[in-house]
Design a protein around this ligand. Sequence first.
Ligand code: NI
Length: 309
Amino acid sequence: MKEENAALDPGARAAAEQKARKAARDASRKTGAEETTAEKGAIAPPWERGAEGIELVDTHAHIDGEDFDGDREEMLDRAKAAGVVAVVTFGDTMESSARCVALASSHEAVFAGVGVHPENAFPLSQAEEDRLAAWTKEKNVVAIGEIGLDYYWEKDEEKRALQRKMFSRQLALARDLDLPVCIHDREAHGDLMTILKTEGRKNRGVIHCFSGSWEMAKELLKLGWYIGIDGPLTYKNAAKLPEIVEKMPADRLLVETDCPYLSPLPYRGKRNEPAYVRITAERAAQIRGESIEALAAQTTKNARMVYGL
Ligand code: NI
């Protein structure tokens, strides 16, 4: 793969590498399919269970991609039937950011973030930065994201340095525009905390799909960040997540899907979608000893606060 790519120009090479990473990610998303079969109980999908008194926001989704090209409107109808009153969809490239802006402008319940994901990091031109800024003036565009650091997929030191540079630039852009950011952090906790404690001190927003310890969560809370929790909360190997959800102050907790990835049980290994945020919310409510209605109301209030929905 590497040698084959060496013959390509930098742009084509980046595209080829991105494609390879997507394939690996798609494959990893399919693991756990056995658990899906075993866990499939009698519970009906969220949109068939009624949603009276339940108002949820899926605060982190990717609904612009081809995974939803076949049923995007039906998927949004199912979310509504499950009690999801709003979906925040995030771009991970310039192209997907443009698609998210279009979805937000054509759907009342869809909001968008624009940004370049660390897995797709490239040296952003001034024109591209200006385009990101211009998109934030469009209808229902509420954040800069998804941005951040991913050292799980990226092992190359130079490219990790490029990720940090891109992250810094987009944090600065968000400060200039006075907008919240949505941050991806995978196996980059140390560098993330260093950046947030220095140049990121005046940024605000969400650490999405949180995967750190309670100690790290406490530091983030002290710095004013919100924390987003996803489908892995429902997995048998949820590790530290239940403890974190139990201890989280109510006013900083958000629920999200990160769809089409990270489906909660019993859909693990299948395509995720915004309606399934209810399953993660139900698990969080159970852990915290609250009703789903109360947890939904609080997390939706938090979502409105941080993203100004
Ligand atoms: Ni994401």
